[in-house]
Design a protein around this ligand. Structure first.
Ligand SMILES: Cc1cc2nc3c(=O)[nH]c(=O)nc-3n(C[C@H](O)[C@H](O)[C@H](O)COP(=O)(O)OP(=O)(O)OC[C@H]3O[C@@H](n4cnc5c(N)ncnc54)[C@H](O)[C@@H]3O)c2cc1C
Length: 409
């Protein structure tokens, strides 16, 4: 006998879990819905952790995805600070960390992703931070109060965003990374160089082609970073942004099939290998009908939210909403905001125009003449055009002509 029975159990109160709960309720009916969430906060905008919230511009409550009384008003049970420890897929039964067992009609696994830890000598020293949750952002804020030199390990989204936020707070930030230029793995060298130029112009020091060998320091805390090539950097605080891995601990225990990326394998309806159990967001490796990769897993906020809504439709037997091309945005303080649709796995041509420094820029990634991705800053019309042309063969010259803005008089 289970302690509780619910129609819908949602594991994880991130973007995907919240969007699923909301959509389930909006689809109508008075089904019972329970969201079990490990974090102390109700679902919040995780993307603010490296931007406005880290900067101190935004309060904790302002990043919550809904007001606190929304849960009761909508008859949805939210269990914060609670984990689902075990999922018995055949019996549709979950065991929670508060000792309850819950029987469910269908379940969504939206457990997100976990940060990749730096496995180097000195990697346990105090003063090393990872960033995934509001609590991590609080820890960084507290620590940098007394720090002058901050080293960011990794030159991707987290490294660039945190460097921008903390530099704007008056801190001396240095990025050290394996790639030659920032964001190279996702956007290639040309765009990476342009973003790097912008960061450097704002005072961020960047060292590419470096692998961290040791975090130096004493028993108390970190004092710096040493790389394999012998570069030594002073730091009183270190923030590591070395990527994430899907959090499949629960799914693995439940015997669910995992995909090549290590995420939970789901079909176009987001159903896992176990009937009635779905997965969404960063943890899900999904079959796409519109992306040339066919099967992919992405770590984008909008995709997680869209997944949540899609899963709600599938779980309640409603018509599935149309699939959207994966979309991502990033803000580097108020120096640059860019948007991206893709992701492009490979490309053989990049058609660029405009100026990143001026926040007016576009980069079209073509693979065999087809649009594989588009990165845009300050040109909303082009993003829309990118959505329309995604996957289609285009004439690069015509694209270059149209992508370039006519000079303003
Ligand atoms: C600092 C930062 C900045 C970002 N910036 C951007 C950005 O600018 N643009 C963008 O598109 N994306 C951004 N992202 C990525 C985006 O936040 C994620 O893609 C999105 O949060 C994924 O949502 P999710 O619901 O799949 O997972 P998550 O938001 O990770 O939520 C999963 C939740 O499940 C909980 N959980 C895990 N296991 C259990 C369990 N067994 N029981 C109960 N709860 C469990 C976790 O604790 C977590 O609260 C950023 C991410 C970070 C960390």
């Amino acid at each position: 006998m289970a302690d509780r029975e619910v129609d819908f159990l949602i594991v994880g109160g991130g973007h995907a879990g919240y969007a699923c709960a909301r959509e389930l309720r909006e689809l109508g009916g008075d089904s019972s819905i329970m969201v079990v969430s490990r974090e102390p906060d109700p679902p919040y905008d995780r993307t603010a952790c490296s931007k406005g919230y880290l900067a101190g511009d935004t309060s904790r409550e302002a990043v919550w995805l809904c007001p606190p009384d929304w849960w009761d008003e909508n008859g949805i049970t939210l269990l914060p600070k609670t984990s689902v420890l075990k999922l018995a897929a055949d019996e549709h039964r979950a065991s929670l960390s508060d000792k309850q067992t819950v029987r469910f009609g269908s379940a969504l696994i939206a457990t997100g992703a976990m940060v990749r830890r730096l496995r180097v000598e000195g990697g346990q020293r105090s003063g090393i931070h990872y960033l995934r949750a509001l609590g991590n952002a609080d820890g960084i804020r507290r620590d940098v109060e007394h720090a002058e030199d901050i080293v960011l390990v990794g030159g991707s989204y987290i490294g660039t965003e945190v460097a921008a936020t903390l530099t704007a707070l008056g801190k001396r930030c240095t990025i050290v990374m394996q790639e030659d230029v920032v964001l190279q793995r996702t956007f290639g060298s040309e765009v990476g160089r342009a973003v790097q130029g912008l960061l450097e112009a704002k005072g961020v020091t960047i060292h590419g082609g470096q692998e961290v060998e040791e975090i130096t320091g004493d028993d108390e805390r970190v004092s710096g970073v040493r790389t394999k090539a012998g570069l030594e950097l002073a730091a009183q605080t270190i923030v590591v942004g070395a990527g994430v891995t899907p959090d499949v601990q629960l799914a693995r225990g439940a015997g669910l099939k995992l995909g090549d990326s290590g995420g939970i394998q789901v079909d176009t309806r987001l159903q896992t290998s176990a009937p009635g159990i779905f997965a969404a967001g960063d943890v899900a490796e999904f079959d796409s009908r519109i992306h040339p990769a066919g099967r992919l897993r992405v770590e984008h906020w909008e995709v997680a939210a869209a997944h949540g809504r899609r899963a709600a439709a599938a779980m309640s037997g409603a018509e599935l909403p149309d699939e959207e091309i994966p979309y991502f945005f990033s803000d580097l303080h108020d120096w640059l905001s860019y948007e991206y649709i893709g992701p492009a796995r490979e490309w053989d041509q990049v058609v660029t125009s405009g100026s990143l420094e001026e926040g007016d820029f576009s980069a079209w990634y073509l693979d065999g003449g087809r649009v594989a991705a588009v990165l845009i800053a300050g040109r909303p019309d082009e993003l829309e055009r990118g959505r329309q042309l995604f996957g289609q063969t285009v004439d690069p010259e015509a694209l270059a002509g149209q992508a370039a803005r006519p000079p303003t008089s």
